[in-house]
Design a protein around this ligand. Structure first.
Ligand code: COA
Ligand code: MG
Length: 314
């Protein structure tokens, strides 16, 4: 399972921000070729993104590129350029139906072959950001084995409803249906749900915190973020608390012992536990293990050396 607690967008035309990623604790970097990049910059951004992927990968991130929607005629060229060793997956902007995933999959397949990568190695995260996309989330999420998560894009979604983002309430009640639907559909399809980037003021820390916690409560496994200051809180929120992990470890041990004696349900620390509790607890221990390993690995990589290649010598 990919740990995607924080997925940081980095504009593909900003070498300054691309270089900055080396020192950031995000789980995933999304190099953006879509709306953060003006049309005239798309070509340059593709090259910059392609040339940065290897260095970013060395930092221990999951590396994604957000490509332009299939309706734009830019997608094939995006993929041809950026599918290189080190890339983990593609995020597809404005995904509305399962046919889009099939079309993307075929383009990715061609790009993988051209780049000499193992077929099927890249994963897909459809970005759902329209009313139609929300309705079709389950079929989109189930459209391919490559889909590991579905992500919500609230800005375009709200515009699609005919509303301006500036009119959104700070509680974001207006997004509740779409978020709940997406989290539920993702779960039904067996993939992770990743919440929208926060749309309020970058300085409104309180609202960001509230929205991130709400996403956790709704069943999301991570959040897209747009600024370094949002990463740590997303990581913390979507990590199991130490108390939960300790409890799960004890439960797993107790249940395994009981199972060896042929028991199915036992009393543990005052509560009845059964196979389902055991399964959930071992998933949690496994997930916590991945996080610990990941954080240890990141500390072992000297982040300053990653981008020497790009740093001007003067
Ligand atoms: N990725 C990497 N580094 C980032 C970053 C990002 N998304 N956002 C900011 N930084 C860096 C800045 O470069 C700066 O570092 P530096 O001074 O060493 O260069 C530092 O973090 C502090 O940034 P700050 O001055 O607070 O913000 P800013 O004005 O430079 O940038 C935004 C603000 C919103 C323009 C910027 O965060 C951004 O472009 N975010 C991503 C937008 C995006 O991709 N949108 C599409 C998806 S919704
Ligand atoms: Mg969008």
């Amino acid at each position: 399972m990919m740990v995607l607690r924080s997925m940081l967008y980095v504009p593909g035309n900003s070498m300054r921000m691309i270089t900055k990623t080396a020192s950031l604790p995000a789980d995933a970097i999304i190099l953006d070729l879509e709306d953060a990049v003006p049309l005239l910059d798309k070509g340059t951004a593709r090259i910059m993104v392609r040339d940065s992927i290897k260095a970013i990968k060395l930092g221990g991130f999951h590396v994604f590129v957000r490509v332009n929607a299939l309706t734009t005629d830019l997608t094939a060229e995006d993929l041809k350029t950026v599918v290189v060793k080190g890339l983990d997956g593609i995020m597809l902007a404005k995904t509305e139906a399962k046919a889009a995933v099939a079309e993307l999959e075929s383009l990715i397949g061609q790009a993988e072959r051209a780049a000499g990568l193992e077929p099927g190695s890249l994963v897909i995260i459809p970005l759902i950001e329209s009313a139609k996309g929300i309705i079709n989330t389950y079929e989109i999420a189930s459209a391919s084995e490559r889909v590991v998560a579905v992500a919500f894009g609230a800005g375009d979604y709200y515009r699609d409803l005919g509303r301006s983002v500036s009119s959104l309430s700070t509680e974001e009640y207006e997004l509740l249906y779409a978020r709940s639907h997406l989290a539920n559909a993702g779960r039904a399809a067996g993939v992770q749900a990743i919440d929208t980037p926060f749309l309020g003021l970058l300085t409104d820390r309180e609202a960001f915190i509230r929205q991130t916690r709400l996403a956790l409560q709704l069943g999301f496994k991570g959040k897209q973020v747009i600024h370094p200051a949002q990463i740590n809180f997303a990581n913390e929120t979507f990590s199991p608390a130490q108390g939960e992990v300790d409890y799960a470890c004890r439960l797993v041990e107790a249940f395994a012992e009981a199972r060896d004696k042929g028991l199915g349900a036992i009393s543990f620390e005052g509560k009845m536990i059964d196979y389902m509790s055991y399964q959930q607890a071992s998933d949690l221990v496994h997930f916590a293990g991945i996080i610990t390993e990941k954080e240890a690995k990141r500390q072992a990589v000297p982040s300053t050396s990653l981008f020497q290649f790009f740093t001007p010598s003067t």
